[in-house]
Design a protein around this ligand. Structure first.
Ligand code: ADP
Ligand code: MG
Length: 157
């Protein structure tokens, strides 16, 4: 069952970063976060903050726009960051190793609509959208409340 779990308003990049760090601290391998929303909505910013908070050594976290995926060794285990904007065929996900990573790693996936029916049913979706102010963003979290109970106390009420 997938329901709207939380609606967050972030008024600044730093506030989005803080949310990313809070959620990141509770993630375990097998957790898949689908980051949807228009260009500039804040998907990569969120992913970068989350990844940096889990790295043991400082490392650049580039947008995977051209490479499609970037992988990291983090203190929570292996983490995959994907940007599927340029994905031409969902079957490419198996070739990239992403479909296996859904089972074994923490995965953050931008442009998850490109996955079509390969998107894991258990994933948590974060839908980013612009707010009325320049630095305002809405983030709607949707997923199975039981599957994502470990994140419940990490989202502002
Ligand atoms: P996307 O990956 O969704 O295309 P990016 O994360 O690359 O978007 O870019 C988002 C841009 O919006 C960044 O330059 C970021 O600093 C800016 N921004 C402004 N306000 C916010 C906010 N509240 N949360 C996230 N990003 C914000
Ligand atoms: Mg991006």
């Amino acid at each position: 069952m997938s329901v709207s779990l939380a609606r967050v308003t972030s008024v600044s990049p730093e506030e989005t970063c803080a949310l990313a760090r809070r959620l990141g601290a509770a993630l375990v391998p097998g957790d898949v976060l689908l980051l949807s929303g228009d260009i500039g909505a804040g998907k990569t910013h969120f992913a970068r903050c989350l990844i940096q908070s889990l790295l043991t050594m400082p490392e650049d976290v580039p947008s995977p726009t051209f490479t499609l995926v970037q992988t990291y060794d983090t203190r929570a285990g292996e983490l995959w960051h994907a940007d599927l904007y340029r994905l031409s065929d969902p079957d490419q996900c198996a070739e990239l190793g992403l479909t296996d990573a859904f089972e074994t790693a923490i995965c953050l996936v931008e442009w998850p609509d490109r996955l079509a029916d390969l998107a894991p049913a258990e994933a948590l979706t974060l839908e980013f959208s612009a707010g009325p102010e320049d630095t305002e963003r809405r983030i709607i979290l949707t997923g199975d409340p039981k599957r994502w109970a470990h994140l419940a106390d990490r989202v502002p009420a």
